[in-house]
Design a protein around this ligand. Structure first.
Ligand SMILES: *Cc1c(COP(=O)(O)O)cnc(C)c1O
Length: 501
């Protein structure tokens, strides 16, 4: 190595680094300024808008063989991309279950991007950061010190990982060596209200979607545990291998939480794995006054949850915790010759994290978690979760006061499902018109609820995991629903009388 390898001009040898770093610095400062304004003024823009025809045109261009000036490209970003986000950064976005992202997360992602760490393991700060946040999360979820954890892309992969560890380490079954064909018919038990990840997991893990025994729910939309027990016994008698009981903390449809203690007891009696999908609901555990709703979650063999939903952090931030670290190691360990472990150097446990799950190349998402928790503290994030539940209950009360509206389903936590009741309409007509109402609200840009079927009825759904909302935002949604609902009533009756004529 010669001295001149550190000469400033050396960088300009790269085909991809800027020739003029000062110019790059200037532009970078402008970008940051723009982004801060973008977030700060988000309330003044529509909650959602469809990309313009110009934007669509600009984003269907041929392969750019010769590049363009970065300022010109950034101008295109400002014109065609930034104005058309999903909408979840907006205070009146309550569609599906999405988090808003935090300002701290913006900085964390920028720093992580500059470091561009490969977090399969290795002796590096990123590994220490990920270990640290896993330790914190274990403690917050009352998991034993010996448990293992991993940050993954999201809830689907976190849940899949939990079930994969269960399958791969299930007593007397050696799926890893022999494949699924030799292992008998393994079955999984969960409520009908379980999110679609479980069908996909059963499919991907070779169990087949029929292995997912869909158990009915009670009037509060919690799984019927007695029915689940009967299903397990019946299957066992018929030669199936019951493998896992799954509970949900916060169902995607109505926000219901299964009786975690009853499920943990059942799994213990039956000597099978207990997995919890706590994608958003698990966050009630963050020292909120609603903590008892998810009590018993800590007894699970594996827990999956997202920090990009109710943890408010940027995508993609999912977490899986596995109680038995040995089981986890047996499920995913691998040892290719290009990943030897050394006593020193960078290769100290180079696959520490890669051997905990599916991904080898892994991003430094842990920095986002570490910085958010370090800056806000768990208590503040918990306070935001608590406020969301309070606001959802406020909205539920608003709906209940309106004779034209009806709450559907339990609405006990942060999810409120409702519909407009136009008098004299059949169920099918109510569905059709509530679908129309939903689209009108979204296209108005005032707010974004989504939809779901609850008890067979079509409902508008407000799933509140938004740290930017306040009560007046829910007032605004209510006013829009009533106004558009009344307008639709008029247009229906005009249409109706036109048809009669
Ligand atoms: C969102 C969600 C999932 C899936 O998580 P992703 O992060 O979207 O992959 C699973 N279960 C429930 C209850 C969810 O709300």
């Amino acid at each position: 190595m010669t001295d001149n390898s550190f000469h400033p001009e050396f960088n300009s040898e790269s085909l991809l680094d800027p020739k003029d770093w000062e110019e790059f610095r200037k532009l970078s400062h402008e970008v940051i300024d723009d982004l801060i304004d973008y977030i700060r003024t988000v309330r003044n823009r529509p909650a959602w808008q469809s990309p313009s025809p110009e934007a669509r045109q600009a984003l269907s261009q041929p392969v750019p063989h010769a590049g363009a000036d970065i300022r010109e490209v950034y101008a295109r970003v400002k014109k065609n991309i930034l104005p058309y986000p999903t909408g979840n950064i907006h205070p009146r976005f309550w569609g599906w279950v999405m988090g808003g992202g935090t300002p701290v997360g913006i900085l964390a992602d920028m720093i992580a991007s500059a470091m561009n760490c490969h977090v399969s393991g290795y002796d590096q700060a990123a590994s220490l950061v990920e270990s640290q946040v896993i330790e914190w999360l274990k403690e917050m979820f009352e998991y034993p010190e010996t448990a293992s954890g991993l940050l993954v892309t999201g809830g689907t992969v976190a849940n899949l990982t939990g079930i994969a560890v269960c399958r791969n380490t299930f007593d007397g079954v050696s799926v890893r060596e022999k494949g699924i064909a030799d292992c008998g018919r393994m079955t999984v038990y969960a409520s009908r209200a379980t999110h679609g990840w479980l069908d996909r997991s059963c499919d991907l893990l070779g169990l087949g979607e029929q292995a997912f025994r869909k158990i009915r729910v009670d009037e509060r939309h919690r799984v019927d545990v007695a029915e689940m027990r009967r299903a397990i016994h019946k299957d066992r008698e018929a030669g199936f291998i019951p493998m896992c009981v799954v509970g949900t903390a916060g169902t995607v449809g109505s926000g219901a939480t299964d009786d975690m203690h009853a499920l943990a007891d059942l799994a213990a009696e039956e000597k099978i794995w207990f997995h919890v999908d706590g994608a958003f609901g698990a966050l009630a555990k963050f020292f909120t006054k609603y903590r008892s709703i998810v009590s018993g979650l800590e007894r699970a063999d594996s827990i999956a949850f997202d920090l990009h939903k109710w943890g408010y952090m940027q995508y993609e931030t999912g977490v899986v915790l596995i109680r038995d670290a040995v089981a986890r190691r047996n499920a995913f360990s691998f040892a290719p010759s290009y990943f030897e472990t050394f006593r020193g150097g960078i290769g100290v446990e180079p696959t520490e994290f890669a051997a905990r799950g599916i991904q080898l190349s892994r991003s430094f998402r842990a920095l986002r978690v570490w910085m958010n928790l370090s800056v806000y503290g768990v208590d503040r994030i918990g306070a935001a979760v608590e406020r969301n539940i309070d606001e959802a209950q406020y909205f539920r009360a608003l709906i209940e006061q309106q004779p034209e509206l009806e709450v559907i389903g339990p609405a006990e936590m942060n999810v409120v499902c409702f519909r407009y009741l136009w008098p004299g309409l059949s169920e099918d007509e109510l569905t059709e018109r509530n679908r129309e109402l939903l689209v009108c609200i979204q296209e108005s840009g005032i707010a974004v609820p989504s939809s779901v079927r609850v008890n067979g009825k079509f409902a508008l759904r407000v799933a509140h995991t938004n740290h930017r909302s306040c009560r007046s935002d829910f007032d605004a949604l209510l006013i829009a629903v009533l106004k558009i609902g009344r307008q639709l009533a008029k247009s229906f009756s005009a249409h109706h009388s036109a048809n009669e004529r």
